[in-house]
Design a protein around this ligand. Structure first.
Ligand code: AHG
Ligand code: MN
Ligand code: MN
Length: 351
């Protein structure tokens, strides 16, 4: 006879240690169906890429040819670091054999990387920023990887697949891995935002915080004030308001993932606005802003371009940039109010 009265004496600890990422995905989707299995396997692969990248970062100062620049520029005209290339290749090699993904689109590749052998069954596209904040790599500060999963659509080998030209509400999953003192993976399947910490002794990401909510208001504003004189007046007015009002403090690490993680947990706002010369700013819509916007909304926060919700932007190109104002609801609304005020003044002057 089955003994249902037995209670393991370490139940609490073991339950916590065994809430792995793949188990969590299946639990979230409340299904063992094919799509749930796919998403669980996809997240498992992303976690594997994260572990491989974290391993190299943790010893980068000791490994030959891990630090510094390659001497090349990427399609965006930015100097490429050796770690950018390494991490980009990690994602390719992990997903090439997965059977799950038909296309990979990355900051470091001009066109999506097409894996024809996977396409008959692997109806997904993975978008990613392999190393976000790569200026931090050589000085041993935090960096991250950002990812989003979309349902693959349109002809498989299209230069820019149809699914890539849809707004961010069509993301099936999104998240990031933060390589800091701990390696932390934060993700959402559109059912809340959850954080996992890599337990190196298990080699597994274990659930650390479920259903994270961004505080509605927070003290931090996170922006590169070195661009102050390149901004529109509205942004300068907003920053002056921050300087003159108590209860605000600035934090900026040079890595979006780290700065966003602080705001996700403690509240505030991260901004990378457009400048007069570059009205769309620096951050890329498809593999930086949209995935983080998905998380922000899922956590009760907001993500705006100043003109519309980031998740409503219909992409025109794979590497398109967008201004980003992201974080606590009230902080984002305050920034938007300065932008709208300037627009009203401009419209009045034209009348
Ligand atoms: P990446 O390393 O992927 O190119 O991204 C860098 C981004 C982002 O992480 C960070 O917030 C921002 O660029 C920093 O840019 P500035 O140096 O212009 O502030
Ligand atoms: Mn980046
Ligand atoms: Mn990058």
């Amino acid at each position: 006879m089955v003994d249902s009265s037995y209670r393991p004496s370490h139940e609490g600890t073991l339950d916590r240690d065994s809430m792995t990422l793949s188990r969590h995905v299946l639990q979230q989707l409340q299904s063992f169906g094919p799509e749930a299995q796919d998403l669980s396997a996809l997240m498992n692969r992303i976690a594997l890429a994260g572990k491989i990248i974290a391993r190299r970062l943790s010893r980068a100062g000791l490994v030959e040819a891990a630090l510094g620049f390659t001497g090349e520029q990427n399609v965006q005209g930015e100097d490429v670091k050796k770690m950018d290339v390494y991490a980009n290749d990690v994602f390719i090699s992990v997903f090439k054999q997965s059977g799950l993904v038909c296309r990979l689109a990355s900051e470091e590749m001009e066109k999506p990387y097409y894996i024809p052998e996977n396409c008959p069954l692997g109806r997904y596209t993975l978008l990613y920023d392999p190393i976000d904040g790569s200026s931090n790599v050589d000085i041993n500060l935090n960096v991250g990887s950002i990812f989003a999963i979309r349902q693959q659509q349109g002809s498989d080998d299209a230069e820019t697949g149809e699914d890539l030209l849809q707004n961010g509400r069509n993301q099936l999953a999104a998240g990031y891995i933060l390589y800091g003192p701990s390696t932390v993976l934060v993700y959402s399947l559109g059912r809340g935002v959850h954080a996992f910490v890599l337990d190196p002794s298990l080699g597994e990401f274990i659930l650390a915080q479920a259903n994270i909510q961004i505080p509605p208001h927070g003290p931090v504003y996170s922006v590169n004030e070195g661009n102050f004189w390149q901004w529109e007046d509205s942004l300068r007015d907003y920053i002056r308001y921050m300087h003159r009002h108590e209860g605000y403090t600035a934090r900026y690490s040079g890595a979006l993932v780290g700065d966003f993680h602080r705001i996700l947990l403690q509240g505030g706002v991260f901004l990378y606005p457009g400048t007069v010369k570059k009205p769309d700013g620096k951050l890329r819509l498809l593999y930086e802003s949209a995935p983080l916007a998905f998380l922000a909304e899922q956590a009760g926060g907001q993500a705006s371009t100043g003109a519309q919700q980031v998740l409503d932007v219909e992409p025109q190109a794979l590497h398109q940039r967008t201004p980003l104002i992201i974080g606590s609801r009230e902080n984002v609304a305050l920034v938007e109010s300065f932008i709208q005020e300037e627009e009203r003044e401009r419209a009045a002057a034209l009348r």
